[in-house]
Design a protein around this ligand. Structure first.
Ligand code: SF4
Length: 362
């Protein structure tokens, strides 16, 4: 299962989206086409299952949902097709072709299984996919295969990554960060460059799904990892973004020579980002399992714009604890998914951030 959802990335600097109002339409939608997946990853948000659910959105429902995304003018969202393993759906190519024909920038986040062949990747390239993301949680066979639960996945991931680049697609590498993987960051950074990736996205593990069995990084270790990544981002030959660690923005701004603030909000749960699950439920994030509505009974745009859940997540004045008092709350606001997973309150302070607003103002 890919981890590319709920990215804490700011919009590309200098892009027309940099100061866009995200109350009207998301910048990015991640769509879980199916929960079926042959892997058994230790951190799986979806607690993926071997077989497809008969209640998944049908091909025609999928095409209608894509038409709804495309109607969000003037800024239709980027679309990431994921799972489970998106390649478990035999109609995946049809869904990609419909998405691309509607003018949507379309990415695929597959699982690395025997389905991910060179020919499959070539077909996605012909269909007009923009980026394919591959998960690599450690720089060695031992770390990655142990994390993913299937021997041979590390070697297969490297083969897939090289095939993606050879077929002219953008490669994104996704890495889960938790105590078992954080020690490999520097070596992973070199591997990501060697593979020719355009983007390295780091997901700071939240205790949902199977990840409840994993321990999370402490707030201080999270801060240490973000500091290292912020310094590395200035020299990396790829774009570097985080998921479930929006305080990366605060860390980068604190490190900048002038301490300057960009003012552009991160893209996060309900604010520039939405998640559609395999049954059509719309949630702010795949790691925040609260459905705000279902596309079988309501338009996607109505759920995104008007549901109480999405509206409250876009209102940083509702945040509590340190996040509520923080001078960075508008551009960061903490991970709402982690706050909910650890406290049951979507508005609570993010327990993975050690920042003390009062000390910063003193
Ligand atoms: S206290 Fe909350 S809003 Fe402030 S930097 Fe930390 S996570 Fe972000």
């Amino acid at each position: 299962m890919d981890s590319s959802e709920g990215t804490s990335a700011p919009p590309r600097s200098g892009s027309p989206f940099a100061r866009r109002d995200f109350s009207d339409a998301p910048f990015l939608v991640t769509w879980e086409l199916t929960r079926a997946c042959a892997l058994h990853c230790r951190h799986c948000r979806a607690t993926a299952i071997p077989d497809r659910n008969p209640g998944e959105l049908s091909t025609s429902e999928a095409h209608r949902l894509l038409e709804q995304f495309a109607s969000l003018r003037p800024h239709p969202p980027f679309v990431v097709l994921t799972g489970g393993d998106a390649a478990e759906r035999p109609d995946l190519t049809s869904i990609i072709e419909r998405s691309v024909s509607l003018g949507l920038v379309t990415d695929v986040a597959p699982s690395v299984t025997p389905r991910l062949t060179d020919e499959t990747i070539a077909s996605w390239s012909r269909a007009g996919v923009h980026t394919v993301s591959i998960s690599l949680d450690g720089p060695t066979v031992e770390t990655h295969d142990q994390f993913r639960g299937v021997p041979g996945t590390f070697a297969a991931s490297l083969r897939a990554a090289r095939s993606i680049v050879e077929h002219g697609l953008h490669l994104q590498i996704n890495t889960s960060i938790c105590p078992e993987t954080v020690g490999g960051l520097a070596t992973m950074a070199n591997l990501v460059a060697e593979l020719g990736a355009k983007r390295w996205e780091l997901f700071f593990v939240i205790g949902t799904g199977r990840a409840r069995e994993l321990s999370a990084l402490s707030a201080d270790d999270t801060e240490g990892a973000l500091l290292w990544l912020a310094r590395h981002a200035s020299i990396a030959p790829y774009r570097l973004t985080t998921v479930a660690a929006p305080q990366f923005r605060r860390v980068r701004e604190q490190l900048s020579p002038s301490g300057s603030r960009s003012g552009a909000p991160v893209i996060k749960e309900g604010r520039g980002f939405a998640f559609v699950d395999h049954l059509g439920n719309v949630a702010p994030n795949g790691y925040l399992p609260l459905a705000a509505g279902n596309v079988r009974s309501e338009p996607f745009s109505t759920i995104y714009r008007s549901s109480p859940l999405f509206r409250v997540l876009r209102d940083s004045s509702r945040l509590r604890g340190r996040c509520g008092r923080c001078p960075y709350r508008e551009v960061c606001g903490g991970s709402r998914a982690r706050a909910y997973a650890e406290t049951g309150d979507i508005l609570a302070e993010d327990p993975a951030c050690p920042f003390q607003p009062e000390m910063a103002e003193a």
